[in-house]
Design a protein around this ligand. Structure first.
Ligand code: PLP
Length: 412
């Protein structure tokens, strides 16, 4: 029987209040633009269209064999039950050992937590640290999910711009200038999505020193930690020294480094009281991350690093090959990404007339050239496009050629 109620499925009864209404919270956010680009590409493929997809935020490499074998072993050995909600102790210890060795700052397994992908680690950290009305500094261009996670927690995103002249590498002074007594959290992401910018040591040290002075937490997303090119160096706020540990929450992920996007394993390292609070949330939200994936992640973190290194080398070659091609496109300029696997070309000169926004340009590229990109506006910066080079050289070359034809028509 059709319910006699006004609802999106039954709009004929506007006189009735809708008891099936959605929460304000769910209506206050939009769907992830990067996810939407992927969905669009998938739909076109289903329709039989050949698509040149520069949207993906995931490596086009297979998960390394030793990681897959560890997962198979875990299944055969019956490691298929609930694990502790914070993760299997062996994996927590491996995460702690990785940070202790890399950062020179001691972490114990209990100062880490295993999450269902980096995304859940970040969300859980935000939900643990941010109260309604708290301000959270988020640099632009940002990863699409940061502001929405903050809004879901009732926090107020305060945006600061990384300068294009600096290759979008964030300067400490813009972050410090945006902090007020209401600032609870500073979100940093280096290497960054969408710009590929890598933050400099001195800027991170300055922000960490300031955060210590003002008791502000830094949520540091380093899911692209291993994707750095040429002379770029991956640095975290812990560069300041062991004191910085008190204000730093690091979120990492197996997704990109080990080509494990589908396995959903992330991890967080931070002060014990924050990790414990995140654990309380986790016991009610997700319980443990998939047991099988956790054993696979242990093999990824402790096993042969070569497959991951080879992948990063290939990405570096692609970056090198596509930059001059992009810069030669009509109306386009492009900073050099020092990390991650994205380029963020400036297309503002093309945005006029019937194509006033980056979103319009993305649609035009799909319609005219079957090239999928993500609009800069989704990352808080109108006038840019995000292109992923986590796809074959052949696709990249064809896509850039096709973009060139569309852009040439626009500037003609
Ligand atoms: N952080 C950034 C900047 C990302 O780009 C992504 C994925 O695209 C994530 C975090 C989350 O990745 P995952 O949840 O797969 O670990």
């Amino acid at each position: 029987m059709t319910p006699n109620l006004a609802s999106p499925d039954n709009p004929d009864r506007p006189d009735r209040p809708d008891p099936l209404r959605l929460s304000q919270r769910s209506q206050s956010i939009g769907v992830s633009a990067t996810w939407a680009a992927g969905a669009k590409a998938a739909q076109l493929r289903r329709d039989g269209v050949e698509v040149f997809d520069l949207g993906p935020g995931e490596p086009d490499f297979p998960t390394p064999a030793h990681v897959c074998e560890a997962a198979q072993r875990a299944i055969i050995d019956g490691k298929t039950r609930y694990t502790p909600a914070a993760g299997v102790p062996e994996l927590r210890e491996a995460v702690a050992a990785m940070y202790t060795e890399r950062e020179g700052v001691e972490y114990s397994g209990q100062e880490t937590i295993v999450t269902c992908g980096g995304k859940q680690g970040l969300y859980s950290a935000v939900m643990t640290l941010v109260d309604p009305g708290d301000e959270v500094v988020i640099p632009t261009p940002y990863w699409v999910t940061f502001p929405e996670q903050v809004r879901l927690a009732g926090g107020i995103p305060v945006f600061v711009d990384a300068a294009e002249e600096d290759g979008f590498a964030l300067r400490a002074e813009v972050v410090l200038a945006a902090c007020t007594d209401a600032t609870r959290l500073i979100v940093l992401n280096s290497p960054g999505n969408p710009s590929g910018a890598v933050m400099a040591r001195r800027e991170l040290e300055r922000i960490a020193g300031f955060a210590l002075e003002r008791s502000i937490t830094i949520l540091f997303d380093e899911c692209y930690a291993d994707f750095v090119y040429d002379d770029a160096e991956h640095v975290t706020p812990l560069a300041l020294g062991r004191d910085a540990k008190a204000v730093t929450v690091i979120c990492g992920s197996c997704s990109k480094t080990h080509a494990m996007t589908g396995w959903r394993i992330g991890y967080v390292a931070g002060p014990r009281h924050i990790v414990d609070a995140m654990l309380k949330l986790q016991t009610h939200m997700t319980s443990n991350a998939t047991s099988i994936s956790q054993w696979a992640a242990l093999a990824a973190l402790t096993g042969d690093p070569e497959p991951s290194r080879r992948m990063v080398t290939t990405f570096g070659e692609r970056r090198h090959a596509i930059l001059p091609r992009l810069r030669a496109l009509p109306g386009v300029s492009c900073t050099e990404p020092k990390g991650a696997f994205y380029v963020f070309p400036n297309v503002s000169k093309l945005l006029r007339g019937t194509v006033p926004t980056s979103s319009d340009l993305t649609n035009l590229l799909i319609d005219k050239a079957q090239v999928v990109t993500v609009p800069g506006a989704a990352f808080g910066r109108e006038g840019y496009l995000r292109l992923s080079f986590a796809t074959s050289m052949e696709t990249l070359e064809t896509a850039i050629d096709r973009m060139g034809q569309v852009f040439a028509d626009l500037v003609a």
